[in-house]
Unconditional design. Structure first.
Length: 234
């Protein structure tokens, strides 16, 4: 499939049109940003890991009935996806306290949560992606109530599938972020599922194997990403 005009460039990905208007090509970059773009850098071969890991997990989820945008891998850094309109909502699912949840609520990082926590934030760089609730989604017209219901039910289903998948590979799924898009009137999972968008801890040692190594300057970022991919491929 021929790559045509680039229609979007984000912090970690570029999206291109193709000859088929119902399909896009996503290119995964090595660029890394954190703290709303305040910290910038790059992680060697991150794009390769994120592309391949997302492809594997999207395929796993599709098999279990979670509709998503993934069609096929094109090469190390590119995948073919269904063209969607991304809803401007970040959906965060948490199993263990970390990051902003710990900061906001004063819960020690690593505390196992007694219920799965679902959060929404408004995808808006200028506002710093603020936390929002379903009323805010309604007043901002970000999605219809029915779409929010579908997103919520997918989010919990994805969490239980991925939690089990990672745990079999000695990884704790601490939290993660999802984005959904609309394709021919239907809400489907889109974006990526990678160490950039998930907190992943080694199940034995709680060693961080995700973007927190970059955010917090913990070192050996590339190694951690590659280790996650090799476990996910098993
Ligand atoms: N996350 C993401 N993109 C964002 C914000 C968060 O992928 O713009 C992911 C993040 O990697 C983590 C989860 O969502 O796995 C929860 O992040 P949190 O709200 O704790 O914010 P952070 O501490 O990452 O800023």
């Amino acid at each position: 499939m021929k790559k045509l005009a680039m229609i979007y460039e984000g912090k970690a990905k570029k999206v291109y049109k193709t000859e088929d208007e119902s399909k896009f090509i996503v290119y995964f970059k090595d660029d890394a940003t954190a703290f709303n773009g305040f910290k910038k850098g790059s992680v060697a071969e991150k794009g390769i890991v994120n592309n391949q890991m997302s492809a594997i997990l999207f395929a796993v989820l599709a098999k279990k009935g979670v509709k998503n945008h993934f069609i096929e891998l094109i090469n190390e850094r590119e995948m073919l996806v269904k063209a969607v309109n991304i809803l401007p909502i970040e959906v965060i699912v948490r199993n263990i306290a970390a990051g902003l949840l710990s900061k906001r609520l004063g819960i020690e990082e690593g505390t196992v949560l007694n219920t799965t926590v679902l959060e929404f934030s408004y995808k808006n760089d200028e506002l710093g992606d603020p936390l929002i609730n379903e009323d805010h989604i309604r007043i901002l017209n970000l999605a219809k109530d029915k779409q929010v219901e579908i997103i919520k039910s997918y989010a919990f289903q994805i969490n239980s599938i991925l939690k089990e998948y990672f745990l079999k590979r000695q990884i704790k799924l601490v939290d993660f972020k999802l984005e959904f898009g609309v394709c021919q009137g239907e809400v489907i999972l889109a974006d990526e599922i990678s160490p950039d968008t998930c907190r992943l801890w080694d199940a034995d040692t709680d060693r961080k194997m995700d973007k927190d190594r970059f955010r917090r300057d913990l070192g050996r970022v590339e190694d951690a990403y590659k280790e996650v991919l090799s476990r996910v491929m098993k």
